[in-house]
Design a protein around this ligand. Structure first.
Ligand SMILES: *[C@@H]1O[C@H](CO)[C@@H](O)[C@H](O)[C@H]1NC(C)=O
Length: 378
């Protein structure tokens, strides 16, 4: 029994020593508490600052634009219209900051889109851009200011006048149903769905207006070439891939297609077959594709089904919904590492880089420059 008492006594004395050192030593309890609290706040502060600036990019100013024409000139052969010249159509509607994906801190902000938009400054295609705010129009024009003014057509739009935004209330009521599956932002943020459908409104409008009289027309997302932004890349141009069948509409294939899935299953499970980042066709086929797309959106909404363009296109080409007159789709599949693309970029942005590469291959001196780089690294 005395052994227990000795042990207890020892522990007790040890405890008193600890308490004394906390209270009266260099590391008093108060100091330790204040110190660790201070450190935590500093840590949280640094993390918050880092997230706001680099992850969320919630910055109230515009990214700096590279005025490459101060030192470089566009070669004449890039400005001339190729026989298979492609008009690029894009749009920027400020949807504010919204959650993109299900991971924490996965958000998109207007600053991020504007940073990605800068890649349009080195794209020597004729571009039609549909933009809502005057400041955003000025910013886009500044990005394009190193190219001849005749290569850019900016059209001011208001979202309420785009046919797809007429569905806003109907989409809102579908997404507000507790039983409707929730994916950020696809089936949570009705304006996002409307903006995705609106791609096909402005594509259709561009086919009809035919500003540049080019045989091909393509939708290109503002962010398709995001991975080039911040790197030193040369001027580039998009042309249809080699042997592109002019009776097809071209897309990147993100995932395999299973035509057995019903439209309801596709939309409620956010299934993706082709990427909506780029749509390529001749004007005539694009006009038919946009018309069929818009009819499909309408048909699905009538069944209480809504999502973004990627799911709608998957549903359109399912066995249940596909119509005999639909334009056939040609998919482009990139393997990881192909054309410098990795991860989701190789699945979603393939066609954009295939078109960029198709032009690069036509220009011998750029090819020499690339192989020169490869030699340097050997
Ligand atoms: C487009 O659709 C119209 C009407 O369905 C059809 O007559 C025409 O042949 C189609 N054009 C092309 C290029 O598929």
């Amino acid at each position: 029994m005395s052994l227990t008492r000795i042990i207890i006594g020892k522990l007790h004395r040890q405890w008193i020593t600890y308490m004394m050192s906390f209270r009266y030593g260099r590391w008093t309890l108060r100091r330790v508490l204040v110190g660790s609290l201070g450190l935590s706040f500093l840590g949280i502060g640094i993390f918050a600052f880092y997230s706001i600036v680099f992850t969320l990019e919630l910055l109230p100013w515009n990214p700096r634009v590279n005025m490459w024409c101060d030192t470089e000139k566009v070669p004449e052969y890039m400005l001339q219209a190729a026989p298979d010249e492609m008009t690029v159509v894009t749009m920027f509607i400020d949807l504010g900051v919204f959650k993109k994906g299900e991971q924490p801190l996965a958000y998109h902000s207007p600053y991020k889109y504007k940073r990605w938009m800068r890649t349009f400054g080195k794209m020597v295609n004729r571009v039609v851009a549909y933009i809502e705010n005057e400041e955003d129009i000025e910013y886009f024009k500044k990005i394009r200011s190193c190219l001849p003014p005749s290569h850019t057509k900016v059209i001011k739009i208001h979202r309420e006048e785009l046919p797809s935004f007429k569905y806003l209330a109907q989409i809102k009521s579908i997404y507000s149903l507790p039983s409707y599956p929730k994916y950020h932002p696809n089936t949570v943020y009705p304006e996002y769905s409307c903006a995705m459908h609106a791609k096909y409104d402005v594509l259709q409008r561009s086919c009809i207006m035919d500003f540049f009289n080019t045989p091909y027309i393509a939708w290109v997302d503002i962010g398709l070439f995001r991975s080039l932004d911040g790197t030193d890349y040369p001027l580039f141009k998009l042309v249809p891939p080699d042997k592109f069948n002019p009776e097809r509409v071209g897309f990147s294939q993100a995932w395999p297609q299973d035509p057995v899935f019903t439209p309801e299953f596709v939309l409620k499970n956010k299934l993706v077959w082709v990427s909506g980042s780029m749509v390529l066709a001749t004007k005539e086929y694009m006009l038919n594709f946009t018309r069929d797309y818009k009819e499909a959106v309408n048909e699905l909404l009538d069944q209480g089904l809504s999502n973004t363009d990627q799911e709608v296109i998957y549903a359109m080409y399912s066995a249940k919904m596909r119509k005999a007159h639909y334009v056939k789709i040609k998919t482009y599949l990139c393997h990881p590492g192909q054309l410098g693309l990795f991860g989701p970029a190789s699945r979603y942005f393939c066609l954009g880089y295939v078109c960029k590469n198709a032009w690069d291959k036509r220009v011998p001196h750029i090819r020499n420059k690339i192989s020169g780089v490869a030699r340097d690294h050997r």
